[in-house]
Design a protein around this ligand. Structure first.
Ligand SMILES: [Zn+2]
Length: 452
């Protein structure tokens, strides 16, 4: 098939593609609040249908629908699947937006709005890449499937059973994950994995009611109980002290470590924008990159106890609670880590501290040596005319492990965002140039995967 014709078609129809994206950005789809979900799912389904896909909305038990689309190639038996999500993060704080978060305003070559980059730009870019093939070649180089879920931004709580029940429908030879783009130097960035995450809540209880703090010599203080318990979990060197926590951590391979040299972190910029003097433990260079991608973490998300209002109140609280998340790396499993945490608290005399488990996802990555990684990297290099930066894994989390473990496919994340896209933050945006180039990139992946 002629990829030049496809690229020309993309250039000629770029305005239409942008309008389609603007329309999708104007449709709210905030999963955290359940706002506009059904409407957005139907809109994505409609865009797929118009492009030539046969589609269905798969209900998630207790959750939001998954949009599924498929399109058969006349000449290839191979299947490429695109994983995306149509839900978005809440747009707040609204007063920090230059333009309406749901306005889809175009300003100086950028499309502004919540979801423009994460993940609606990628949804449209990928569908339009397929559509451009159909329009110019009357066929696609490989079979194409889309799985677009509506709960990614809230941790995909109902997604696992959908994958399990649709293994045949979702089966594929390679998957393109939802995110990616270019770095500050305009180099294409692709990602091969995600950390896992385990969210936990700890609770300590004392008397049945708040007590006068004069009684402190007699009445146990749940705030102190929690602080003491927390101090056994992590030391001042930032090491996690839970027994056996690091046992299953698989160190990065030599090939992975070599890839770190290509990654440019913009350290100074990040330190400055965060108002810091330096990174934690004065990490920098390769050490900082290695820690970011390969260190499991334990983060206190928030602590709630006692009186924190104006002035002072000499009170001894009746209860305290903390929310924690653990970011996990291969091969740490959420079940294993939760058990080790509970055992650790018990062994250290904190059997009275209640441990409550919230959501979790497993860590996963596709090996650097997988052939599909090379297909995507080479396609990127053709389109961007710069060497692709391969992140052997990334610091975020998501349901990628379900695809790796249940569908057994290589998964590579690549997309059309840019370094200043501001996903999850005010003034989220996508450059039109990046959006169109990203569409050509996706078309090239389709073509090259067909020939590989
Ligand atoms: Zn996101």
């Amino acid at each position: 098939m002629s990829i030049e014709k496809v690229h020309d078609y993309i250039d000629q129809h770029s305005q239409n593609f942008v309008s389609e994206l603007v329309r999708l950005v104007k449709q709210p789809s905030v999963s955290a609040k359940g706002e506009g979900i059904q409407e957005c799912a139907e809109m994505v389904e409609n865009v797929l249908q118009k492009a030539g896909f046969s589609t269905q909305l798969i209900p998630e038990k207790g959750g939001y629908p998954v949009v599924y689309g498929e399109l058969a190639s006349k000449k290839s038996k191979k299947t490429l699947l695109f994983y995306d999500h149509y839900d978005i993060q809440p747009p707040e704080p609204l007063e920090e937006w230059k333009f309406d978060a749901f306005g889809g305003k175009i300003h100086k070559g950028r499309i502004y709005g919540r979801g423009s980059s994460d993940n609606k730009g990628n949804i449209i870019s990928r569908i339009k890449a397929v559509e451009s093939f159909l329009e110019t070649n009357n066929d696609v180089p490989v079979n194409v499937k889309f799985v677009v879920e509506g709960e990614e931004e809230i941790g995909s709580p109902h997604f696992a059973p959908v994958i399990e029940q649709h293994k045949d429908l979702f089966s594929n030879d390679a998957t393109i994950w939802e995110f990616g783009g270019t770095d500050y130097e305009g180099r294409p960035t692709i990602y091969l994995g995600l950390k896992g995450v385990l969210s936990v809540e700890l609770r300590a209880e004392g008397a049945v009611r708040d007590v006068h703090s004069a009684d402190a010599p007699l009445v146990p203080n749940p705030a102190w109980r929690l602080v003491w318990a927390l101090s056994t979990i992590k030391n001042k060197k930032d090491e996690i002290s839970i027994g056996g926590f690091y046992d299953n951590v698989e160190p990065p391979s030599m090939e992975e470590l070599q890839l770190l040299d290509d990654i440019h972190q913009e350290e100074e910029k990040k330190i400055k924008t965060l108002g810091l003097k330096e990174f934690l433990n004065r990490r920098s260079g390769t050490e900082a990159k290695k820690a970011l991608l390969y260190s499991p973490t334990c983060t206190i998300n928030g602590i709630l106890t006692g009186y924190t209002g104006l002035g002072s109140k000499t009170v001894l609280p009746k209860k305290s609670m903390v929310k924690l998340d653990f970011r996990l790396v291969p091969n740490q499993m959420p079940d294993e880590i939760f058990e080790k945490l509970a055992l650790h608290l018990h062994k250290n005399g904190f059997g009275d501290v209640k441990t409550i488990r919230h959501g979790s996802t497993e860590p996963t990555k596709t090996p650097v040596t997988e052939m599909f990684v090379d297909v995507v990297a080479k396609a990127a290099e053709k389109v961007y005319e710069k060497r692709a930066v391969i992140y052997p894994t990334s610091a975020g989390s998501g349901p990628m492990h379900l695809f790796r473990n249940q569908l057994h496919c290589p998964v590579v994340s690549a997309g059309c965002s840019h370094a200043d896209s501001r996903g999850h933050a005010p003034n989220e945006n996508l450059t039109i140039e990046g959006f169109i180039k990203g569409t050509k990139f996706m078309a090239t992946i389709l073509e090259d995967f067909g020939q590989s």
